[in-house]
Design a protein around this ligand. Structure first.
Ligand code: NI
Length: 171
């Protein structure tokens, strides 16, 4: 099932998501399948559960855009355990469509998370993958990428979105 993507302005995006405690259930497997389907339909490389309206600490990532099944990643209850170096790159978010900003991030990041069975693992990524780990973990903490940019740019984006909301073009 493809869920619509929740947009900026919805409080679920700025609320820390709830820890997952039930693993290995058909419900969880189906939910993760739906998350991948929703992410691919929206042409994203990462998606966090709050972005489809569920306050659960689950994120999916595929930096190959569906081209390489080996790159499909499921992060449940993820935590950043190491972050080194620095990169500045353009970043966007499915929940803030139409905007992209230069965002400084760590270059090399290690995440610790659980898989669908509840097993713990660590994974290290660089560049785009490192950025995805940080972006998606932020989502699960109720934080959006625009909190990492300058105040003036952020206010400008907020003003533009408010205008779109008033015009009924942001739902
Ligand atoms: Ni996002």
């Amino acid at each position: 099932m493809i869920y619509p993507i929740v947009k900026y302005g919805n409080p679920v995006l700025e609320t820390p998501a709830e820890t997952v405690t039930d693993f290995g259930t058909p419900e969880l497997e189906k939910f993760i399948e739906d998350m991948f389907e929703s992410m691919y339909a929206a042409r994203g490389v990462g998606l966090a559960a709050p972005q489809i309206g569920f306050s659960r600490r689950i994120a999916v990532i595929d930096t190959s855009n569906g081209q390489n099944p080996d790159e499909k990643l499921v992060l449940i209850n993820p935590e950043i355990v190491r972050a080194e170096g620095r990169q500045i790159c353009e970043e966007g978010c499915l929940s803030i469509p139409g905007f992209r900003e230069q965002v400084p991030r760590a270059l090399r990041v290690t995440v610790r998370a659980q898989n669908v069975k509840g097993e713990h693992f660590e994974k290290t990524g660089e560049e785009l993958l490192a950025r995805a780990f940080l972006h998606e973990t932020d989502h699960l903490n109720g934080r959006l990428y625009i909190s990492h940019i300058g105040m003036l740019r952020r206010d400008l984006i907020r003003r533009k979105i408010r205008k779109l909301q008033k015009a009924g073009e942001w739902k």
